[in-house]
Design a protein around this ligand. Sequence first.
Ligand code: SAH
Length: 392
Amino acid sequence: MGPTLPLIPVVPSTPETPDDAVPAQAGPRRRRPAMPPRHLADLDPEARRAAVKELGLPEFRAKQLSTHYFGRLVRDVAEMTDLPAAAREKIGADLLPHLLTPVRELSCDDGATRKALWRLHDNALVESVLMGYPDRVTACVSSQAGCGMACPFCATGQAGLTRNLSTAEIVDQVVYLAGVAASGAVAGSPPRLSRVVFMGMGEPLANYPRVIAAVRRLTSPAPDGLGLSQRHITVSTVGLVPAMRKLADEDLSVTLALSLHAPDDDLRDELVPVNQRWKVAEVLDAAWEYAARTGRRVSIEYAMIRDVNDQPWRADLLGRLLAGKLAHVNLIPLNPTPGSRWDASPKPVEREFVRRLRAAGVSTTVRDTRGQEIDGACGQLAASTVDGAEAR
Ligand code: SAH
């Protein structure tokens, strides 16, 4: 008898098998990053009632919790002092786990722009930005830790995707920032957070179901949700066409922003690599379908990159593509990112680009570059802690 052969572990091959069930050494399959524990904000009102019942608590506690969290922006169960102590403990453990651990907060523009860096339960890092204006306060939130879209001019794209955020990890960023606004910390701005843009880290339409659920939490009337207007929510995408078409079917009137950055496939293939899959014509088609279905003007994002996409002929081509459509162009002066070989376009070049678009009848504005000095501006969110300021 020869020696017994070593046992070869059997790797389940069904894609439905949760990766967590597969031992790490079982084979080449990568473990799926662990999602955080569930949280009140993951659940719709019915599921919240079911969850408190499972904890052996009366159903009305669900509404009480929602009123605290969404209505009063109280995120910590310890502050919900009208709950009996025993209930508080159960609820804290089961429905209000701490999802976001603050690592640091930076501000600039005299406190009107603030960036929060968070550590998640698995040590992934994400950032959120709060921007105060005289008439409104806007939260810019992350939908993924990192990003898999690999746009070469964006800092987030350089490190790749770590994982999708859960619905509650997205919502909790907004609830936190709404609390900052409500505390009066944003001088010169109203205390009520009124807008949310999914323009932080990540590609929101690549985390579709969780982002849609987050939008529903943000827009449901209080106390079920935050009661923001759907029109004041902007979902920004590199142009994942099937997901854009799906979004048009959701019966939501959120604003869609499309990160176009080039009017021609040759250049867009390079600047927004997903263009190799869905071309400019297809992505604009999906945008016009969204506009037709919702009546909402689509926002076309275009980072102005010196000598790359800022030529007069590209302005004219963009003008021809957008003329007569329900669209608004937002030009973003390129923000510097570490190691980038590109610069922002000079102001006269930018002005000429604007002039040509307007001459074509296309409504165009230049976005202010809030938060540059705290690396909180568009494309600068990389969640780095290299300056050593990180906590533990
Ligand atoms: N992934 C989504 C959401 C991110 S939104 C999207 O791409 O739309 C962030 C916006 O800032 C996008 O329009 C993005 O293209 C733009 N951006 C990225 N890097 C930038 C930079 N360095 N300067 C200016 N804008 C940038």
